[in-house]
Design a protein around this ligand. Structure first.
Ligand code: DGL
Length: 265
């Protein structure tokens, strides 16, 4: 039997945002090889139909499985909330998904009012509604669709005046609505934390799910006895079909043993 332990972890997102999750995984599991797929050509997923998101997620998974990935991290809230159930039915491999961290926010809030910034596809999904129904129903949820944010990040305009204006229009109203926790429900958004802090100061706690996903990945690798046992330095391949410069900018501090490959898939 082939020893799968030293095979890479596969990670995909609609674009470059899932690298925020890749960084958490690489920090917690530095020994693991990874293959990241950034489907930037089709971003944003958040404005697509559920079926289109499912089809793209199947395509991304098939690509990663052809590269012998031992486990798949769906580093995209939109793909997880719309497609992970189907992926688990279709493919015989462990999947880790990511959902907006509304459960931790519900436990942390003192004002019983939380903000959730996510894509339309995530906020409208049945899985998000199901999770939202499990939290204390006296908690008020202020849901904001972050239209335009993913496009600006994909174009590398993280610190542009357009970004500041868009963020202000989405987030400033929360300050008047007694929100004390803001959930970042899209893996692109952790790259906006400094800009969001400029707007909200320290009045609001910013919560994302990256660290929890890395811990879950570690736990699932252990459960299936899939931890990498090699003593070689880990290798990382990033496949991207558009916006390579943005990807390189976001992952630049980690250049050693990292390859960026621009290709169609
Ligand atoms: N990173 C994706 C997410 O977590 C972005 C979605 C999109 O492409 O609209 O939802």
């Amino acid at each position: 039997m082939v020893n799968q332990q030293n095979f890479p972890i596969g990670i995909f997102d609609s674009g470059v945002g899932g690298t925020s999750i890749w960084k958490e995984i690489h920090t917690l599991l530095p020994n693991e090889n990874t293959i990241y797929l950034s489907d930037s050509k089709n971003a944003p997923y958040g404005e697509k139909s559920e079926q289109a998101i499912i089809d793209l997620s199947i395509k991304n998974t098939s690509f990663l499985l052809k590269q012998d990935c031992k486990l798949i991290v769906v580093a995209c809230n939109t793909a997880t909330t719309n497609a992970i159930k189907i992926l688990r039915q279709k493919f015989d491999i462990p999947f880790i998904g990511i959902e907006p961290a509304i459960k931790p926010a519900a436990l942390k809030t003192k004002t019983n009012t939380i903000g959730i910034l996510a894509t339309q596809g995530t906020l409208n999904s049945a899985l998000f509604e199901k999770t939202a129904n499990t939290i204390d129903q006296k908690i008020i949820r202020k849901e904001i669709i972050g239209n335009g944010l993913v496009n600006l990040i994909e174009d590398g305009k993280l610190y542009s005046s357009e970004m500041t204006a868009l963020l202000k229009s989405y987030i400033t109203p929360l300050l008047a609505e007694n929100v004390d926790c803001l959930v970042l429900g899209c893996t692109h958004y952790p790259y906006l934390i400094p800009q969001i802090r400029e707007i909200v100061g320290h009045k609001i706690q910013i919560i994302d799910s990256g660290e929890a996903v890395a811990k879950q990945t570690k736990a699932i690798l252990a459960k299936f006895k899939l931890q990498n046992t090699s003593t070689l330095k880990s290798k990382h391949e990033f496949y991207i079909n558009k916006n390579k410069a943005t990807l390189e900018m976001l992952v630049q501090s980690e250049k050693e043993n990292v390859r960026f490959i621009e290709t169609d898939f």
